[in-house]
Write a protein that binds this ligand. Structure first.
Ligand SMILES: [Zn+2]
Length: 270
């Protein structure tokens, strides 16, 4: 009998039954080595960082706008995206995803897929403007136009997106209402971020008149991802082109973007 008990004790020790409970105070074996104190996983504080997706416009075979002195938009947006990623990541407060690596062509659909798959809490697309009027200068911020909302809804079906609520289980009218609700919340958050951003950009860089604009840009269409498109300045203007090429100038703009991201999350988590 004693032999059986001894065998059981050895087996229990080997397979871990004899481990102390997870909350155990440090206990000492004969050789004075304490059990490590562990915190049960369920009670550990779950730290979830907001996910920021930075989208450098254009890339690969799509150079975007070309400046008076030959600067390509895709290069400016990529440099700015990397710089913004560094600033945001350094704060330790965010998980940052960039939609393209290097000089790569990425379709618009793919950019949104990356954002949604990454659980984006905020999507910032970076671009540089161009117009026939060489005098036009300054930054602007775009959010989704009302007229593009139908397109956004159609995209949910065409891309087989599942929003927070499983639309497949809803009858069509209910699914429609749920998309509307998701869209409305996203729209209000996008507007909120755009307003903060424009306020913070003031004084850091020139802004065009009517600097909060609305358009149906594809990358703004996800109904459940707050999104803005930031035009950093005009490549068609030689002064803006020179500024956009300057890392120092970009740092000023991107510092304002970082401050705005901080402010935005503080506001929505209140
Ligand atoms: Zn562009």
């Amino acid at each position: 009998m004693r032999r059986i008990l001894l065998t059981c004790a050895i087996i229990a020790t080997l397979i871990g039954f004899a481990e102390p409970p997870a909350f155990a105070q440090a206990r000492y074996f004969g050789d004075s080595v304490p059990y490590p104190r562990v915190q049960p996983r369920l009670l550990a504080k779950r730290v979830v960082k907001p996910v920021i997706v930075i989208d450098p416009g254009h890339g690969g075979r799509d150079p975007g706008a070309i400046g008076k002195n030959g600067t390509q938009e895709k290069g400016i947006t990529y440099s700015a995206a990397q710089e913004l990623k560094t600033i945001l990541a350094k704060s330790g407060k965010y998980k940052v995803i960039v939609t393209r690596r290097g000089d790569q062509y990425i379709a618009h659909e793919e950019r949104l897929r990356i954002a949604r798959a990454g659980g984006a809490d905020l999507f910032i697309s970076l671009h540089a403007d161009s117009t026939g009027n060489g005098a036009a200068r300054g930054a602007s911020v775009y959010t989704l136009a009302d007229r593009a909302k139908g397109r956004s809804k159609r995209l949910v079906n065409s891309q087989n997106w599942i929003l927070d609520v499983d639309l497949a289980k809803q009858s069509d009218p209910v699914g429609d209402i749920l998309v509307d609700l998701a869209q409305r919340k996203t729209e209000s958050q996008s507007e909120q971020f755009a307003n903060i951003l424009l306020k913070n950009l003031e004084g850091k860089t020139r802004l065009i008149g009517n600097s909060h604009r609305r358009a149906g840009y594809f990358v703004l269409l996800a109904p459940d991802v707050p999104a803005v498109l930031l035009e950093l300045g005009f490549l068609s203007n030689p002064n803006d082109e020179a500024l956009l090429k300057s890392k120092k100038h970009r740092k000023k703009i991107l510092g304002a973007v970082k401050g705005s991201v901080d402010q935005y999350f503080k506001q929505i988590n209140r």
